[in-house]
Design a protein around this ligand. Sequence first.
Ligand code: HEC
Length: 111
Amino acid sequence: MKHVLGIVVVIAALAATSGSASAQSAVERGQQVFTAQKCSVCHSVAGQGNKKGPLDAVGAKLSADQIRQWITEAPAMAAKAKSERKPVMKAYALSKDELDGLVAYLQSLKK
Ligand code: HEC
């Protein structure tokens, strides 16, 4: 009987964490997109990449919507932020999955 109870507890625990498990994989996907799109040519995370553009605390600085806008319409955001850094960032056309992952990943960066 104890045994059965143990299994029930394990299943309940798995069900409870499955939500955060899928969020985790979005972050992982975003990290891969970040690498594949070579964002680190101009940005760094944890000291890896171009240190003139650290994104280590971007999740605390910007909302998810603002991060999304930076990725999809960087020129407009740069104008709004009066950014003078060169070379400028281009607007990225990514799939919904790639974009959602990238936003989740950057949102997780809160140093
Ligand atoms: C050619 C260089 C370049 C590349 C490549 C690039 N960016 Fe940028 N990015 C910039 C510049 C320049 C800014 C404006 C930063 C500033 O003025 O402080 C910026 C700003 C940002 C910001 C806002 C940062 C803040 O602190 O407000 C985010 C988020 C961002 N980039 C994400 C990305 C992501 C994700 C990628 C890859 C898909 C990427 N960037 C690729 C140059 C680049």
